[in-house]
Design a protein around this ligand. Structure first.
Ligand code: TYD
Length: 209
Protein backbone atom coordinates (compact mmCIF):
# COMPACT_ATOMS: atom_id res chain seq x y z
CA UNK A 1 0.00 0.00 0.00
CA UNK A 2 1.32 3.40 -0.99
CA UNK A 3 -0.32 6.04 1.12
CA UNK A 4 -3.20 4.68 3.16
CA UNK A 5 -6.64 3.87 1.86
CA UNK A 6 -9.88 5.81 2.21
CA UNK A 7 -13.21 3.97 2.21
CA UNK A 8 -16.48 5.88 2.51
CA UNK A 9 -20.03 4.72 3.19
CA UNK A 10 -22.90 6.71 1.76
CA UNK A 11 -26.67 6.33 1.71
CA UNK A 12 -29.95 7.67 2.99
CA UNK A 13 -31.35 7.59 6.48
CA UNK A 14 -31.51 4.18 8.18
CA UNK A 15 -29.34 2.44 5.59
CA UNK A 16 -27.20 0.75 8.25
CA UNK A 17 -23.86 2.39 7.52
CA UNK A 18 -22.75 2.43 11.13
CA UNK A 19 -23.19 -1.32 11.66
CA UNK A 20 -21.33 -2.12 8.45
CA UNK A 21 -18.47 0.21 9.30
CA UNK A 22 -18.00 -1.54 12.66
CA UNK A 23 -18.01 -4.95 10.96
CA UNK A 24 -15.47 -3.81 8.39
CA UNK A 25 -13.27 -2.22 11.06
CA UNK A 26 -13.19 -5.52 13.00
CA UNK A 27 -12.42 -7.54 9.88
CA UNK A 28 -9.61 -5.22 8.77
CA UNK A 29 -8.15 -5.09 12.28
CA UNK A 30 -8.11 -8.91 12.42
CA UNK A 31 -6.16 -8.88 9.15
CA UNK A 32 -3.57 -6.59 10.73
CA UNK A 33 -4.56 -3.23 9.23
CA UNK A 34 -4.36 -0.04 11.23
CA UNK A 35 -7.90 1.34 10.98
CA UNK A 36 -9.41 4.73 11.81
CA UNK A 37 -13.20 5.25 11.87
CA UNK A 38 -14.62 8.74 11.38
CA UNK A 39 -18.00 10.28 10.73
CA UNK A 40 -19.19 13.44 9.01
CA UNK A 41 -20.16 15.92 10.07
CA UNK A 42 -17.97 15.39 13.14
CA UNK A 43 -14.95 13.34 14.09
CA UNK A 44 -12.93 16.02 15.87
CA UNK A 45 -13.82 18.20 18.86
CA UNK A 46 -14.33 21.24 16.64
CA UNK A 47 -16.20 19.33 13.91
CA UNK A 48 -18.52 17.77 16.50
CA UNK A 49 -19.40 21.26 17.72
CA UNK A 50 -20.21 22.26 14.13
CA UNK A 51 -22.28 19.06 13.85
CA UNK A 52 -24.40 20.14 16.81
CA UNK A 53 -25.17 23.44 15.11
CA UNK A 54 -25.90 22.07 11.65
CA UNK A 55 -28.00 19.07 12.70
CA UNK A 56 -29.87 20.39 15.73
CA UNK A 57 -33.61 20.04 15.28
CA UNK A 58 -33.85 23.45 16.95
CA UNK A 59 -32.07 25.22 14.08
CA UNK A 60 -34.90 25.12 11.56
CA UNK A 61 -34.03 28.70 10.59
CA UNK A 62 -30.62 27.80 9.21
CA UNK A 63 -30.15 29.19 5.67
CA UNK A 64 -29.17 26.73 2.92
CA UNK A 65 -25.93 28.61 2.32
CA UNK A 66 -25.07 28.39 5.99
CA UNK A 67 -25.79 24.65 5.88
CA UNK A 68 -23.50 24.20 2.85
CA UNK A 69 -20.64 26.05 4.51
CA UNK A 70 -21.01 24.39 7.91
CA UNK A 71 -20.75 20.90 6.40
CA UNK A 72 -17.66 22.08 4.52
CA UNK A 73 -16.19 23.70 7.63
CA UNK A 74 -16.61 20.49 9.62
CA UNK A 75 -14.99 18.58 6.73
CA UNK A 76 -12.04 20.97 6.40
CA UNK A 77 -11.22 20.55 10.09
CA UNK A 78 -11.58 16.77 10.00
CA UNK A 79 -9.34 16.31 6.95
CA UNK A 80 -6.62 18.53 8.36
CA UNK A 81 -6.68 17.04 11.86
CA UNK A 82 -7.28 13.37 11.13
CA UNK A 83 -8.04 12.12 7.62
CA UNK A 84 -4.93 13.40 5.83
CA UNK A 85 -2.47 12.59 8.65
CA UNK A 86 -3.95 9.07 8.93
CA UNK A 87 -3.58 8.48 5.19
CA UNK A 88 -0.05 9.84 5.39
CA UNK A 89 0.61 7.27 8.15
CA UNK A 90 -0.67 4.54 5.76
CA UNK A 91 -3.78 3.77 7.77
CA UNK A 92 -7.10 2.58 6.41
CA UNK A 93 -9.67 5.33 7.05
CA UNK A 94 -13.36 4.34 7.16
CA UNK A 95 -15.74 7.26 6.84
CA UNK A 96 -19.44 7.39 7.63
CA UNK A 97 -20.26 9.94 4.88
CA UNK A 98 -17.90 12.41 3.27
CA UNK A 99 -17.77 14.66 0.17
CA UNK A 100 -20.49 12.80 -1.76
CA UNK A 101 -23.05 13.59 0.97
CA UNK A 102 -22.60 17.27 0.17
CA UNK A 103 -22.92 16.61 -3.56
CA UNK A 104 -26.18 14.74 -2.99
CA UNK A 105 -27.87 16.67 -0.17
CA UNK A 106 -26.71 20.22 -0.87
CA UNK A 107 -25.61 20.07 -4.53
CA UNK A 108 -28.50 18.11 -6.02
CA UNK A 109 -31.40 17.90 -3.55
CA UNK A 110 -31.12 21.45 -2.18
CA UNK A 111 -30.26 22.58 -5.71
CA UNK A 112 -27.02 24.35 -4.95
CA UNK A 113 -25.32 22.84 -7.96
CA UNK A 114 -22.80 20.03 -8.14
CA UNK A 115 -19.97 22.15 -9.56
CA UNK A 116 -19.88 24.66 -6.74
CA UNK A 117 -20.11 21.89 -4.12
CA UNK A 118 -17.25 20.01 -5.77
CA UNK A 119 -15.16 23.18 -5.76
CA UNK A 120 -15.78 23.51 -2.03
CA UNK A 121 -15.07 19.79 -1.56
CA UNK A 122 -11.74 20.27 -3.33
CA UNK A 123 -10.81 22.93 -0.80
CA UNK A 124 -12.10 21.16 2.31
CA UNK A 125 -10.52 17.79 1.45
CA UNK A 126 -7.37 19.18 -0.20
CA UNK A 127 -8.52 17.38 -3.34
CA UNK A 128 -8.85 13.98 -1.71
CA UNK A 129 -11.28 11.33 -2.97
CA UNK A 130 -12.21 8.01 -1.40
CA UNK A 131 -10.49 5.03 -3.01
CA UNK A 132 -13.70 3.07 -2.58
CA UNK A 133 -17.27 4.15 -1.81
CA UNK A 134 -20.14 1.90 -0.78
CA UNK A 135 -23.66 3.09 -1.45
CA UNK A 136 -26.01 1.31 0.93
CA UNK A 137 -29.24 1.66 -1.00
CA UNK A 138 -32.55 1.34 0.79
CA UNK A 139 -36.14 2.29 -0.01
CA UNK A 140 -37.36 5.44 1.70
CA UNK A 141 -40.14 3.55 3.52
CA UNK A 142 -37.80 0.99 5.04
CA UNK A 143 -35.06 3.54 5.84
CA UNK A 144 -37.35 6.01 7.56
CA UNK A 145 -39.16 3.15 9.31
CA UNK A 146 -35.87 2.00 10.82
CA UNK A 147 -34.91 5.55 11.79
CA UNK A 148 -38.29 6.11 13.50
CA UNK A 149 -37.52 3.22 15.86
CA UNK A 150 -34.52 5.11 17.22
CA UNK A 151 -34.46 8.45 19.03
CA UNK A 152 -31.95 9.77 16.50
CA UNK A 153 -34.23 12.11 14.55
CA UNK A 154 -32.19 15.18 13.50
CA UNK A 155 -33.06 18.24 11.43
CA UNK A 156 -32.55 16.45 8.11
CA UNK A 157 -34.39 13.29 9.15
CA UNK A 158 -37.43 15.48 9.62
CA UNK A 159 -37.49 16.48 5.94
CA UNK A 160 -40.35 15.33 3.71
CA UNK A 161 -40.65 11.92 2.11
CA UNK A 162 -39.99 13.60 -1.28
CA UNK A 163 -36.69 14.96 0.03
CA UNK A 164 -35.56 11.47 1.03
CA UNK A 165 -36.74 10.01 -2.29
CA UNK A 166 -34.67 12.61 -4.15
CA UNK A 167 -31.66 11.69 -1.98
CA UNK A 168 -32.05 8.03 -2.92
CA UNK A 169 -32.48 8.70 -6.64
CA UNK A 170 -29.53 11.09 -6.72
CA UNK A 171 -27.24 8.56 -5.02
CA UNK A 172 -28.25 5.81 -7.45
CA UNK A 173 -27.53 8.07 -10.43
CA UNK A 174 -24.16 9.15 -9.04
CA UNK A 175 -23.12 5.58 -8.23
CA UNK A 176 -24.18 4.44 -11.69
CA UNK A 177 -21.99 7.09 -13.32
CA UNK A 178 -19.20 5.65 -11.19
CA UNK A 179 -16.58 8.34 -11.76
CA UNK A 180 -13.10 7.23 -10.65
CA UNK A 181 -14.48 3.64 -10.66
CA UNK A 182 -14.85 3.77 -6.90
CA UNK A 183 -18.57 3.08 -6.32
CA UNK A 184 -20.14 -0.21 -5.23
CA UNK A 185 -23.92 -0.21 -4.70
CA UNK A 186 -25.34 -2.70 -2.20
CA UNK A 187 -28.99 -3.55 -1.51
CA UNK A 188 -29.23 -2.47 2.15
CA UNK A 189 -32.44 -4.42 2.68
CA UNK A 190 -30.41 -7.65 2.72
CA UNK A 191 -29.29 -9.13 6.04
CA UNK A 192 -26.39 -7.58 7.97
CA UNK A 193 -24.25 -10.67 7.22
CA UNK A 194 -25.00 -10.61 3.51
CA UNK A 195 -24.13 -6.93 3.27
CA UNK A 196 -20.94 -7.39 5.32
CA UNK A 197 -19.89 -10.20 2.94
CA UNK A 198 -20.41 -7.97 -0.09
CA UNK A 199 -18.50 -5.12 1.55
CA UNK A 200 -15.62 -7.41 2.40
CA UNK A 201 -15.42 -8.80 -1.14
CA UNK A 202 -15.17 -5.26 -2.50
CA UNK A 203 -12.51 -4.23 0.00
CA UNK A 204 -10.48 -7.43 -0.32
CA UNK A 205 -10.31 -7.01 -4.09
CA UNK A 206 -9.09 -3.41 -3.86
CA UNK A 207 -6.60 -4.10 -1.07
CA UNK A 208 -5.43 -7.41 -2.54
CA UNK A 209 -6.00 -9.39 0.67
P1 TYD B 1 -26.25 11.42 10.68
O1 TYD B 1 -26.91 11.35 11.99
O2 TYD B 1 -24.82 11.08 10.57
O3 TYD B 1 -27.14 10.66 9.64
P2 TYD B 1 -27.08 9.19 9.14
O4 TYD B 1 -27.18 8.33 10.35
O5 TYD B 1 -28.24 9.11 8.22
O6 TYD B 1 -25.77 9.09 8.41
O7 TYD B 1 -26.52 12.89 10.13
C1 TYD B 1 -25.97 13.34 9.01
C2 TYD B 1 -27.01 14.11 8.27
O8 TYD B 1 -26.38 15.19 7.63
C3 TYD B 1 -27.69 13.27 7.19
O9 TYD B 1 -29.06 13.60 7.12
C4 TYD B 1 -27.02 13.74 5.92
C5 TYD B 1 -26.61 15.13 6.24
N1 TYD B 1 -25.40 15.60 5.54
C6 TYD B 1 -25.51 16.58 4.55
O10 TYD B 1 -26.61 17.03 4.23
N2 TYD B 1 -24.37 17.02 3.93
C7 TYD B 1 -23.14 16.56 4.26
O11 TYD B 1 -22.12 17.00 3.67
C8 TYD B 1 -23.03 15.56 5.29
C9 TYD B 1 -21.69 15.04 5.68
C10 TYD B 1 -24.19 15.12 5.90
Amino acid sequence: MQKGFLISFEGGEGSGKTVQIKRLRDHLTEKGFDVVVLREPGGTVISEQIRDVVLSAKNVGIAYTTEVLLFQAARAQLYRELVLPSLEAQKVVLMDRTRDSSVIYQGIVRGFGVDVIEQLNTISTKDTYPNLTFLLDISVEVGLGRRAQTDKMDRLDMETREFHQKVRDAYLTLAQKNDHKRWITIDAEKTIDEIADQVWKGVAKKLNV
